[in-house]
Design a protein around this ligand. Structure first.
Ligand code: COI
Length: 496
């Protein structure tokens, strides 16, 4: 596999060089860089003589002729590997990873505390409207091609200054993440599967030629920001602090070109329920004209541009009395089109299959490039796989099938999932001609499950007991993990 942009790599040891060379040979994987420092005179000799070059052709093909060691931090490890395969043909679009001589490092973090702290708002859903309140501090770091990352810092929350030609302002070079920190009754702060967010941020950044970073180091910096703001984290179920890591291209250049300067920042926002209706079901508008994602596009990345273009369709949805849009892509294969996701949620459909004793199938569209790989999506799939009487399928779902299931009383539940909204039941799908597909929602059953004592939501290999509310039961299970009512490897406790 050719990685034409990678140029200056000097390894400390042959075994490391060999390891990375092997990694680079794996189809679809991009393995980046490494330990650039502390080379021995012998290695320098090998560089000069080109011995390493021969050993690792394709990787070390363009070593500096004089064997210079690049990088400016002695012994710093710049290990990072894009965890998921990049789509074929994408690797050549990743910028010069070898030109990141310094990395984002937790041990370099500098904290400056704000002298004027805000009065914290009351804990209720109306004051803690999603995304309306921010905590006192932010985490930030900047990156420059050839210099790498600056030391990260936690500073009082404030405006950022950008050149008017910054790439983000013209070409939308921006990606972000959504995570949450929860406080349990035991007072402990927990993140939920944060490594998935770090992986996804790295993938989105790679897609936009934004710089890579060490995911564990960034996570440590985020944990520190949460520690600084720990008093902001509400300890009531349903409330949390939303974490928004963001990366933007700041290079002041109007040419459409790879990023040469970037900024990473993380802000925190205490939140209640995303939809004011809470676990009350919402209406979705079936959008068949505007498209959120398409084959070969970037619908599976968390980049700002994917959301900017959903705002207008969402406005139309709200004129139709709906809170969100359900994107259905006309794929030329079926009359109904391919069910995608909703503006900020992955979608799940509980359908009883045809025939006597038809099985219960929970269907969600597959990760085929059109769907954002949601953390809550993945969690719901894994939780639902624990119910022996429900089959979970990640498969293409055509809208005709949803309509047919509804007409024959087999569409039992529809809900969306996302970090912001958690699990959001849906009561109807409104089509352009104003006709509505109604979806059953058993409010009492949902309440029953939510009101169950914490820790009782989920037992592996259980049957879906009565009263029947899959989304109620899944919500209880999710809350149990997030608020630490049950032990789970998904929970990452932040040490005080
Ligand atoms: C999230 O669920 O974290 C999201 O990013 C949705 C957001 C666009 C509100």
């Amino acid at each position: 596999m050719m990685i034409p942009f990678v140029r200056r790599i000097v390894y400390r040891s042959r075994s490391l060089a060999k390891y990375h060379n092997e990694a680079l040979q794996q189809p679809g994987y991009l393995s980046s860089i490494f330990n650039l420092q502390g080379s021995s005179p012998a290695l320098t000799e090998q560089c000069k003589s080109g011995t390493l070059n021969e050993e690792c052709p394709g990787v070390l093909g363009d070593l500096p002729k004089n064997g210079t060691i690049c990088g400016h931090r002695m012994h710093s490890t710049i290990g990072f590997r894009v965890a998921e395969p990049l789509r074929q043909g994408m690797t050549e679009m990743v910028p010069d990873l070898a030109s990141f001589p310094s990395n984002l490092r937790y041990e370099d973090l500098v904290i400056t505390r704000s002298k004027s702290l805000q009065v914290k708002p009351r804990l209720d859903a109306s004051t803690l409207k999603f995304g309306a309140v921010y905590t006192d501090h932010m985490l930030q770091a900047s990156w420059k091609d050839g210099l790498g990352w600056s030391a990260p810092s936690i500073d009082p929350l404030g405006s950022i200054s950008l050149h008017p030609c910054a790439q983000v302002l013209h070409y939308g070079v921006e990606c972000f993440e959504g995570m949450k920190v929860y406080k349990g009754k035991d007072g402990q702060l927990r993140l939920f599967r944060p490594e998935m967010n770090m992986d996804r941020l790295a993938r989105s950044a790679a897609r936009l030629t934004l710089p890579q970073f060490d995911k564990l180091e960034l996570l440590e910096c985020i944990k520190e920001l949460v520690r600084v703001e720990r008093d902001w984290v509400p300890d009531e179920e349903g409330f949390s602090v939303y974490i928004r890591p963001t990366m933007i291209g700041t290079h002041p250049f109007l040419g459409v070109s790879p990023t040469r300067e970037a900024m990473l920042y993380v802000i925190l926002s205490p939140v209640g329920p995303y939809f004011p209706s809470g676990l009350k079901p919402i209406k979705l508008y079936v959008e068949t004209e505007n498209v959120r994602a398409f084959p070969g596009g970037v619908g599976d990345n968390k980049i700002g541009g994917n959301y900017a273009t959903t705002i207008l369709p969402q406005l139309r949805a709200s004129h139709m009395g709906c809170s969100q849009v359900l994107y259905v892509l006309q794929d030329g294969m079926s009359e109904g089109g391919l069910v995608g996701e909703s503006g900020s949620m992955n979608m799940f459909f509980l359908i009883r299959q045809e025939g006597e004793d038809g099985e219960l199938e929970l269907v969600t569209p597959p990760l085929d490039g059109l769907i954002l790989p949601g953390v809550t999506r993945d969690t719901v799939i894994k939780l639902a796989q624990g119910f022996r009487d429900i089959k979970v399928s990640e498969r293409p779902l055509h809208f005709d099938e949803v309509e047919r299931a509804s007409e024959t009383g087999r569409l039992l539940e529809v809900f969306g999932t996302g970090t912001a909204c958690m699990i959001q039941p849906v009561m109807s799908l409104t089509k352009k001609d104003h006709t509505e597909i109604k979806i059953p929602f058993n409010a009492d059953a949902a309440k029953y499950w939510l009101a169950k004592p914490p820790g009782t939501g989920f037992t592996l290999n259980s049957f879906m007991e009565e009263p029947f509310s899959l989304c109620g039961r899944l919500s209880r299970s999710l809350l149990d993990v997030q608020y630490g009512h049950v032990d789970s490897e998904w929970s990452v406790v932040i040490d005080p």
